[in-house]
Design a protein around this ligand. Structure first.
Ligand SMILES: [Zn+2]
Length: 413
């Protein structure tokens, strides 16, 4: 069932994706891990460039080719308009190594530190009490040198990370961006290829479908209204409408905006524009890059040192439990907090983008009020959520109306 699978790999969605299957069950068994690994990125590039090649023809025959480029400044056939990632489909070794470190090596390094801690503990308890006392005395004598070395090591990592700090113009905050945009886009290209390969067989609305035309038209209007924004002008945007009753939307870091027909059915044009603005904002604010960078920094600076200390100091089962708990606490305190913060930022910037397109700004909070009625009162614990509650989003968007109305005046609305 691809629905739950694509939800798990989507970058940033409008709201929390359901963990259950939102459509009818299908009999497809092609979405296994093996098959996903086999998706050819080069084929994806062909699709992305929208050439008249076989894969696109296949989509067309299925009446599901609704991939378009809403590049407002030029047509999709212009090679000059192609962003760097479209022109150069080769992935460099650096791209791979960073992705692997962020993903697989992160888990591997955690395992290594636990093994190292356990081995240290076993080695310690094999010494005689006399030897242990001698080592303990020596450690106490050299406590200053040991403390300095550990602090210097952490400072070194901190200094290394500080080179990747940038002043983000959208938030006026110094932020960590370890990964290059190219790296993030390569990863997004691969994920989009997987999603389109699966959805193209059953669940995409054709480009002639009225809902598709509506969503694409609104997106185009929004992009044109914000054409002076460099990140919007220089990027190639794509709209995909998924034929599903799910009320949601998500965006990939390479500019692919996915909107579900269920969302288009419940949102009016102004509400849909504000939602698409929210998705655009995730890309402009480089949220995926920032989220992964913060997670990597926390892993290096906190998780690895903590797992060594815990597994050396505690018996193995307790140490394992403590490491898992430590990881969970960091996920709640850093990961989820960062994600919710990103959603709030995307709501603000999305409304500002929509303001430039002269939409009715009151529709933002009205949409979330409606969603709160549809979804009912939340029974979840807020600090375990990836998204703020519908009501708090409505309140926040309501509070932004006076400021964004000023933007509309400047835009001549
Ligand atoms: Zn979002």
């Amino acid at each position: 069932m691809f629905r739950s699978c694509f939800a798990s790999i989507s970058s940033f969605s409008l709201m929390k994706a359901t963990e259950k299957c939102n459509c009818e069950l299908d009999q497809d068994d092609f979405l296994t891990v093996d098959i996903l690994n086999d998706v050819d990125v080069t084929q994806n590039q062909t699709n992305l460039n929208y050439q008249e090649s076989e894969p696109v023809e296949e989509y067309k025959n299925n009446n599901s080719s609704n991939i378009i480029f809403q590049n407002s400044s030029s047509s999709s056939s212009s090679s000059e308009s192609e962003p760097e990632n479209m022109q150069n489909s080769k992935t460099t070794l650096e791209d791979c190594s960073i992705i692997y470190f962020a993903g697989y090596l992160r888990e591997f390094s955690l395992l290594l530190t636990v093994i190292g801690g356990v081995a240290t503990r076993r080695w310690w308890f094999k010494r005689t009490p006399e030897t242990r006392r001698r080592y303990a005395d020596a450690a106490w004598t050299h406590r200053l040198a040991i403390g300095t070395t550990v602090t210097a090591g952490l400072c070194l990592i901190g200094t290394f990370l500080s080179f990747y700090m940038e002043l983000d113009p959208w938030t006026d905050l110094w932020r960590l961006f370890i990964f290059s945009e190219r790296t993030i886009e390569v990863r997004a290209d691969k994920q989009v290829a997987i999603i389109l390969a699966e959805m193209g067989k059953c669940c995409l609305l054709g480009i002639e479908h009225p809902t598709y035309k509506r969503v694409a038209g609104l997106t185009s209007r929004l992009l044109n209204a914000n054409i002076e924004v460099d990140e919007i002008r220089k990027r190639q945007w794509s709209v995909v409408v998924v034929d599903s009753p799910m009320v949601n939307a998500f965006v990939m870091a390479n500019g692919f905006i996915f909107v579900f027909s269920g969302l288009a059915a419940v949102a009016n044009d102004d509400q849909l524009s504000i939602i698409v603005g929210h998705e655009l904002a995730h890309c402009l604010l480089r949220h995926l890059n920032h989220y992964n960078s913060v997670n990597l920094a926390v892993h290096l600076m906190c998780m690895l040192p903590a797992s060594v200390i815990l597994s050396a100091a505690l018996p193995f089962p307790i140490a394992l439990f403590a490491v898992v708990m430590c990881r969970f606490i960091l996920y709640v305190c850093v990961g989820l907090t960062t994600q919710r913060g990103h959603e709030v930022e995307a709501d603000r910037v999305g409304l500002e983008l929509a303001a430039n397109a002269c939409v009715d700004l009151t529709q933002g909070y009205r949409f979330w009020e409606n969603m709160s009625k549809i979804n009912g009162p939340s029974t979840r614990i807020w600090w375990l959520e990836t998204h703020p509650s519908d009501k708090s989003r409505a309140r926040y968007l309501f509070s932004l109306i006076p400021v964004t109305k000023q933007l509309q005046k400047l835009a001549g609305c």
